[in-house]
Design a protein around this ligand. Structure first.
Ligand code: ARG
Length: 465
């Protein structure tokens, strides 16, 4: 190669910008993480060009060889990054020019950075979805494992943050497994909508070459090719899909975080986290803070913020490519990194969590958590529910004034409220309350056990783990 080759590219594509703009237009520091996808996309494109006779086969081979070497240089940290070349695409193309000379210039035949960058991002998102679904599934399996070992552990179930009815801890945990299953569904749909190749759209209008777009898509593992070149270069919905799925998923994680934080308090003491998932206080020696759960809960803010940021960038943007679109990457990458970091930490955190089953049972045994069961008892004896509800409300007030629990009442006391009460009323316990909820989706132990089995089967059938 000659020096002339390099300077030619420089002067054509890289204008010398006013020094006052600094690195305002530079995206290299964050888009360099697309290098593998960018090179894969370029190799497929070069192969397609040769197959179609748009460039010669030896030219294509030398381009592909050069690109493979560049990938190695980058992976091994031997690549000389140049900010003045702005982005990953120009850095790689320029390096190719240095390596193989002016034939490198043929790679960009029938391609624009507009369809190139969107193709790279779509490839990246497809991989990101795969990793996210793996991490989600592995957290689900962890929760299912805990649920399996707690199919007899009773905890108070809450509404309005007030003790409401006893439930199995496994039932509570399986609720999160369900939420994460819907998250997996959303990410799966994200994958399907992302699996569309923009390459071959050119800058915006399509290309005047005999391209075989299906062939490029096949080489790159895309299921479909885009239908409209203008949409293809300006669409970033697939990123919004990922980021909204991530927002909902991280919202689920924040709810679990919150429960973990609450369960760790002295007031609850339902669980203890492994010491490697808590931190001490620099001032108070007795503290074991659930920082991981708190940070996870806190990080959800930026996941929402990133979604809002990209929605705002895209708002009212006219067709087609506008440089605003370069702003899609940092918010997406941050969401991807943040969500997956939370998922990985969570798996470890819940794995080491110890449940104090005596404490949770004791908490479920206090107050009037079985009130509904007493109302249901009277219904079984023939009273309409509204009437039995009324009777049990009065009974609870009575207990409260006498400082007694239901089980401490004598049968005579019961009968003052309804003659339907009989000695079988003493058979109402926390366990009977739980086992009575024997409907699909209920907390009866057999129902929870089958929910666990079907969740495991669902995961197995999906082949995602
Ligand atoms: N760095 C740019 C981006 O991420 C690449 C595409 C540039 N296209 C252009 N017409 N300047 O969007």
């Amino acid at each position: 190669m000659t020096n002339n080759d390099t300077s030619e590219m420089d002067s054509n594509l890289i204008r010398s910008l006013s020094p006052s703009v600094g690195n305002f237009t530079v995206s290299l520091h964050y888009d360099k993480r697309l290098y593998k996808h960018d090179i894969r996309g370029s190799i497929a494109h070069a192969k397609m060009l040769a197959k179609q006779g748009i460039i010669e086969s030896p030219e294509s081979e030398s381009i592909c060889q050069g690109l493979a070497e560049i990938e190695e240089e980058i992976t091994n940290g031997n690549f000389n990054w140049r900010e003045d070349l702005e982005d990953i695409h120009m850095n790689i193309e320029n390096r190719l020019l240095e390596k193989i000379g002016s034939v490198a210039g043929k790679l960009h035949t029938g391609r624009s950075r507009n369809d190139q960058v969107s193709t790279d991002m779509r490839m990246f998102v497809k991989d990101a979805v795969d990793i996210t679904i793996k991490n989600l599934t592995s957290l689900q399996l962890e929760l299912i494992g805990i649920a399996e070992s707690h199919t007899r552990t009773v905890i108070p179930g809450y509404t309005h943050m007030q003790r409401a009815q006893p439930v199995l801890l496994s039932h509570h945990l399986m609720a999160y497994v369900e939420m994460f299953e819907r998250d997996v569904e959303r990410f799966t749909q994200t994958f399907q909508r992302t699996d569309v190749m923009p390459l071959g759209s050119g800058a915006l209008a399509g290309l005047p070459y005999d391209m075989d777009r299906e062939y490029s898509a096949h080489l790159l593992g895309f299921k479909n090719i885009s239908n409209n070149s203008m949409d293809a270069v300006s669409d970033r919905d697939f990123l919004l899909d990922y980021m909204s799925a991530a927002s909902i998923c991280s919202m689920h994680l924040s709810r679990l975080s919150e429960e973990i934080v609450i369960w760790c308090t002295d007031e609850f003491s339902f669980i203890e986290l492994a010491t490697e998932y808590t931190t001490g206080s620099s001032l108070m020696p007795q503290k074991n803070n659930p920082d991981f759960a708190e940070i996870a809960r806190g990080k959800v803010g930026r996941v929402y913020g990133n979604l809002m940021s990209l929605l705002t960038t895209l708002k009212a943007l006219p067709l087609t490519y506008n440089r605003d679109l370069q702003e899609d990457k940092e918010s997406f990458f941050d969401t991807y990194d943040t969500l997956n970091a939370i998922l990985v930490v969570f798996k470890g955190m819940v794995h080491g969590m110890k449940v104090d089953a005596d404490k949770t049972l004791a908490a479920a045994n206090t107050g009037y958590m079985l009130a509904t069961d007493f109302a249901d008892y009277l219904v079984q004896k023939g009273l309409p529910f509204r009437e039995s509800h009324h009777i049990v409300a009065r009974l609870s007030n009575y207990c409260h004034s006498k400082q007694k629990t239901f089980s401490e009442l004598t049968i005579e006391e019961y009968k003052q409220f309804s003659d339907k009460f009989d000695t079988d009323v003493y058979a109402i316990t926390v366990e009977s309350s739980i086992e009575a909820r024997d409907v699909p989706g209920g907390t009866a132990s057999s129902r929870v056990e089958s929910a666990i089995q079907s969740a495991l089967q669902r995961i197995k059938r999906s082949g995602r783990y």
